[in-house]
Design a protein around this ligand. Structure first.
Ligand code: UGA
Length: 462
């Protein structure tokens, strides 16, 4: 860096606030772009997919996320939020470039595919026509940010100064807008005072509410993200491991979770026993973390995550076994699956336990009738042979067994009387522990749940 470059702080071309670009417009990027526009910034979203960019430019969200459509329409309408496929345009436009592209699990491997992040960082560094800041938000293996910074410095234009920071994102699907506008903490890994200054400007709204701002190095910032997701996954598998115990000895898994959850050191959240975790983050993040730690020669350090993963996947087997116990031969049997998204208030079916179970039951010979309030379309892309319908009533019609696999409000609120005249047999499996067993049993249903001992089937412990 020359003395002249170093002396120039990053300043917007026009007076006022820094202009932002967000590279990658999936769940993370689209939410970040629209939320930053809501906070008053001019934002340019960038993606290589022209179909997605066309839709977003028209104010149409290509996926479901509560509250996001409204923000998108509002700010594309007002011109504060625009979208492009042109990295050159982004390089001219932005003072701060957020990298929000995916780091999916590599096909046939457990490590993260870094190719999209690498491509995005090199491209924006090469396209930036003036001093600017690149901020990584994607979830990456530890050590990536330092290497990506070096890559950005290699690709930048002569006379242009590029600052670099890693700023992991903790938003949850279903609450993405709220989590972005009102984060519970901000973590920034950088060695650049200029990056620190700019990001405090970008996040001024949250900082005005005393949101913790954790300024640290690249490695800590990267690790905070994967440590948080690994902890959450472990917490879910912890309670699900106890489900296996209560399924054998008896006991009530929900009461157990409530009782330990009252201890503030433990906390009740993420102790809901059920079919386990899925989605585009927790499963692949624990696998990528293990892979990365293995590369560092510390295989044993994170080996417990292997068990966390296995406990999680065994929950899906358990549901299939419960169905087999109830139905015997599955050929010709009709199974109603309520919910296929990986969690409620989302249309995301990536690594969804519910959809995986539905597919396995179909493969075992059953006729599987599915209803998800938002995820039918995405589910059909992965499992076109399931029978997709538009209501709970249609799904349960003539069913030999009903499976509640994603706890959408409409399924949680379901009462036996709503569907009892529609099914062929009154049998239900509560895969999320959200129904009142007594109500269903009193109404004559055979009721099964994860964590619940099957009466008369498993040996009593004396
Ligand atoms: C997760 C993290 O919660 C976010 O903080 C993080 O930013 C995000 O990953 C990410 O890395 O981008 P998300 O994937 O939206 O967010 O979903 P969660 O709410 O964490 O749920 C994950 C899975 O765990 C779902 O399948 C859910 O049904 C399951 N779960 C959750 C349980 O089985 N039991 C629980 O008690 C809680």
């Amino acid at each position: 860096m020359t003395a002249r470059e170093a002396g120039h702080p990053i300043r917007p071309l026009s007076s006022g606030r820094p202009k932002l670009t967000v590279i990658g417009t999936g769940y993370l990027g689209a939410t970040h772009a629209a939320s930053m526009a809501e906070l008053g910034f001019e934002v340019l979203g960038v993606d290589v997919d022209p179909v997605k960019i066309d839709a977003l430019s028209r104010g149409e969200l290509p996926f479901y996320e509560p509250g996001l459509s409204e923000l998108l329409r509002k700010h594309t309408g007002a011109g504060r939020l625009r979208f492009t496929t042109s990295m050159e345009e982004a390089g001219v436009f932005g003072d701060v470039h957020f990298i929000a592209v995916g780091t999916p699990q590599k096909a046939g491997e457990t490590s993260a595919d870094m190719s999209y992040v690498t491509a995005a960082v090199s491209a924006i560094a090469a396209a930036a026509t003036r001093n600017s800041l690149i901020v990584g938000k994607s979830t990456v293996p530890v050590g990536s940010a330092r290497a990506l910074n070096a890559l950005a410095q290699q690709h930048k234009r002569q006379g242009v100064r590029i600052e670099f920071a890693w700023n992991p994102e903790f938003l949850r699907e279903g609450f993405a807008v709220e989590d972005t506008l009102r984060p519970d903490r901000l973590v920034v890994g950088t060695d650049s005072p200029e990056a620190d200054r700019l990001l405090r400007e970008v996040y001024a709204d949250a900082l005005s509410r005393d949101t913790p701002f954790i300024l640290t190095d690249f490695e800590t910032a990267e690790l905070v993200k994967v440590a948080a997701n690994a902890f959450l996954a472990t917490k879910i598998s912890f309670i699900n491991a106890f489900s296996e115990v209560t399924e054998t000895v008896g006991g009530d898994i929900r009461t157990l979770a409530d009782a330990i959850g009252y201890d503030a050191r433990i906390g009740r959240r993420f102790l809901n026993a059920g079919v386990g975790f899925g989605g585009g983050c927790l499963p692949k993040d624990i696998r990528a973390l293990q892979a990365r730690i293995g590369e560092l020669g510390l295989e044993r350090t994170m080996s417990f995550l292997d068990e966390v993963d296995k406990i999680n996947l065994r929950r899906r087997d358990r549901v299939v076994h419960l169905v087999e116990e109830l139905l015997g031969d599955m050929n010709g049997k009709r199974i109603a699956v309520l919910g296929t998204s990986f969690k409620p208030d989302s249309d995301d079916v990536r690594d969804s336990p519910a959809l995986d179970i539905a597919g396995r039951l179909y493969t075992a010979g059953a006729e599987v009738c599915v209803f998800d309030p938002k995820a039918n379309e995405n589910s059909a892309k992965r499992f076109p042979r399931l029978d997709y319908v538009d209501s709970t009533e249609a799904a349960v019609s003539n069913a030999d067994v009903v499976l509640l696999l994603t706890e959408w409000r409409t399924f949680k609120d379901m009462k036996p009387g709503d569907i009892e005249d529609l099914v062929k047999h009154r049998r239900i499996i509560d895969g999320r522990n959200v129904l009142n067993r007594v109500d269903w049993e009193n109404a004559g249903w055979t009721f099964r749940a994860l964590g619940l001992k099957v009466p008369g089937r498993l040996a009593d412990v004396s």
